[in-house]
Design a protein around this ligand. Sequence first.
Ligand code: BES
Ligand code: ZN
Length: 458
Amino acid sequence: MSLDATLTHIDAALPEATERLLELMRIQSISTDPAFKADCDRAADWMVADLQSIGFDVQKRPTPGHPMVVGHAGPADGAPHLLFYGHYDVQPVDPLHLWDRDPFDATVESTPTGEVIRGRGAADDKGQLMTFVEALRAWKSVNGEFPCRITVFLEGEEESGSPSLVPFMEENADELRADFAMICDTVMFQSRTPAITTMLRGLLGEELTIKAASKDLHSGMFGGISINPIRVLSRIIASLHDDTGRITVPGFYDGVPDLPDDLEAQWQGLNFDHAGFLNEVGLSHPAGEQDRTPLEMIWSRPTCEVNGIGGGYQGDGFKTVIPAEASAKISFRLVGDQDPHAIRQSFRAMVEEMLPPDCEAVWSAHGASRASGAATDDPAFAAALKALSEEWQIPAAYIGCGGSIPIAGHFANILDTPPMLIGFGKDDDQIHSPNEKYDMQSFHKGIRSWARILDAVS
Ligand code: BES
Ligand code: ZN
């Protein structure tokens, strides 16, 4: 097996690899919107055909939601058994008017800092998942076979909370259990340092509607005597944090661990440039719990954020109305052993307690996933770290991640398969936002990184 020849092949084949990624990105696989169901199906078909073309025994597997794609290759007894996970679904594109081009007319653009692949799903997660697919293709093409037993497992519902995933994992546990789950859906540290993510936050979502009068009211005729649900909702939202940034939901901090000294020391050594991180998005002040460092705020501390709010008249001009209802979408990022179900209960009880007469809270529950982590004591982690350092010519780091990938915890808990989270995204990729991109450098060196990791751990 020749790593050098595989890397050379990857360099030469980059234009074709890029074309394949652009083709995949042109499929509008928005999982949360039922109007795109057929497109999600097409993306799964595309993945099946592509994996077949490199010798995988692969199928589209139905679920009550969008299909999974599961493929196997390599010697059945070839240790280790590596499972590669990615998601072929993408986020909705709105607000569409903020895109500089059609989000699904994917293309390569030249920018002052290098070439970028532009379009919805470039970085989250089509570009990322194609890094390991292309590495596998190159390996097969140069060496004639795969270096170990490989399973590719792709889902199409990650961006809508993976509702079919746990049942699918439970039903297919023997088939999916592996030595490691290589998850390619994370970023590098400060867009430069290659990294293995060892901590992910959990996520709890709640949609709250406060209902009051039986209809919208004239605020002259009824103002003063009738309760305004926007005022009630605002008070509730304003009370969720105290003046120091601490979250006030009773019991919220149960299970939140202190940062261990060794981790604190390691994070200090990363020299996180929080001013630069905030400056990039037009901010300057770390706004979380005031007794915490900026890295703790984004990696190891829990949060409560309002992600959307609505009620009353929001059109042009002015309308003197007291609306019948007001609503908000509120999410909590969770760490350590925080229990999403206990927090949901406590949060709802706190809100119900604050309701004045004539008001009612109507609830809609969204995802509830715990935080997850990866132990790094297996020598495969050190080997992967070394392979990343060699590719990027920068010492790779273990990092945390503020985002949530609930599947990482499911691999550990349901399949007893430790997750290894390696991704090549950058902080300015604008995932979930208009003008999403993936640097050509991320794509190219990402493919090369996987070839090196395959070589190092197999
Ligand atoms: N790829 C992201 C997770 C991520 C975000 C990794 C930022 C690294 C940096 C993933 O697809 C995602 O967006 N997850 C959602 C949760 C999901 C359940 C909708 C998130 O974190 O909000
Ligand atoms: Zn993702």
